[in-house]
Design a protein around this ligand. Sequence first.
Ligand SMILES: [Zn+2]
Length: 542
Amino acid sequence: MTSAGVTAETARGFARCPACGLITYTRRLVRTGRVCPECGAHGRLSAPERLAQLLDEGSATALPADDPVRDPLAFTDSRAYPDRLALARRATGLTEAVVCARGTIGGQPVTVAVMDFGFLGGSLGTVVGDRITRAAEAALAERTPLIIVTASGGARMQEGVFSLMQMAKVSHAVAALDDAGLLTVSIITEPTFGGVAASFATCTDVLIAEPGARMGFAGPRVIEQTVRERLPEGFQTAGFLLEHGMIDMVVPRGELRLVLCRLLAVTRPSVFAEVADMVIRDPATLPEVDAWDVVRAARDPARPTTLDYATALLDGFVELHGDRLAGDCPAIVGGVGVLLGRPVLLLGHQKGHDTRELVRRRFGMASPEGYRKSSRLLRLAAKLELPVVTLVDTPGAYPGIAAEQRGQALAIAEIIKQLCSLPVPVVSVVTGEGGSGGALALAVADRVLCRESGFYSVISPEGCSAILWKDAAAAPQAARALRLGARHLLASSVVDGVVPEPSDPAAAMAAVGDAVAVTLAALDHTDRRELVANRRARFRRF
Ligand SMILES: [Zn+2]
């Protein structure tokens, strides 16, 4: 997969895939972006090749870069450091291990820094740190998103402690983009380790890894030699990182531009399209429905899930994964997309339509990782000033030993308090079951809506009947005693409106989208302090 492996045979115009052994025309490999047409292995790209692939044709302008030789330690191992730099320059045609440019992706302006592993292993010298810092400063000055493509073995030992300081220097420049509300994206390529992994590769808003790319703090050899542990299959690869909640997604090279276009689209300021306000606000206009019928309807596995809503209602939805701590909860999904013209963050419990999916999604019962992922995405929404839509459909938070060990109660408490101060509009829709604290965690909103057949409850009817009737079979009576249903929720102002539910499923989903857009549009221009004060007042009255 190394460029060395490929270039060895380029003289004859052929290259051999180090992963599957396929021998192919080098010209064909260049066309596929060095992705093996047989096995999909992603070969290494030079920084200029990467820039050409990522940016719109002809849009790239290199950022000004001086190319001093800095040798602060007068370092020599088997070769003097300046000689080593000179060799790297000659071998790569580059002056350092990163190339920075401004340009466009799908017509949208960006600033890009691309590391090149071929130049001294992409090591983080002072010039590399300088260039990336200046790219971030250019992004700040021109108010564009920043995209960093990483490939690095870590620090540059020849520059000693000055190399270490680059981690902090670049991080400061990225933090300034956070303060300015500008999107930052890392594209993690094979390999990304050490000080690069522990700073700008992972302190950005969205982390995308290429298939097969490995990232970590300590490299596998260091781990094996230091602690003498055998490493599991796939250790530190993109799939491992996704499973452990560290990155948002794994994106094949051929789809990178599309995903970036969609992410960049959510940074464009815009307003909701005008739609008719069909939200029901008078409980008297709602029919009396038996509470147990409501419960059964709300639990119907044929009902749309959050991902169904995301696909149907949002243009260019990009799902974001992971709590950046330990895992990715399948029972809560979230991401960004454009709802009726306005970019939003969507979060919601995720069930499924069949047993396999329901089991995989734990019936929509979220783990602490799910609430922590939600917290992370809410911080992103606040930074990018995206209104938030949450869809509630859960029997409750996941009750399990592992969930308790990782602080289920703390994760729920954290997100509830976070929502109390979130400086962007939040609208919640109870689309199915709203079960206890696990539901409320996503429903501390400026406006709470409910679908006609949704319900919201302190406990499941089964749980209530088991405790108070000493008999789970008394669930229907319990449901009636708890007065479950939209009519009671609206009459008691627990919800602010009810979304009408036409029998056609597509129309019912569209009604949710319209109700959310109408509600958010009314809040979108409220002063942020007033917004938070009103949200507090809303819950103060209970
Ligand atoms: Zn191959």
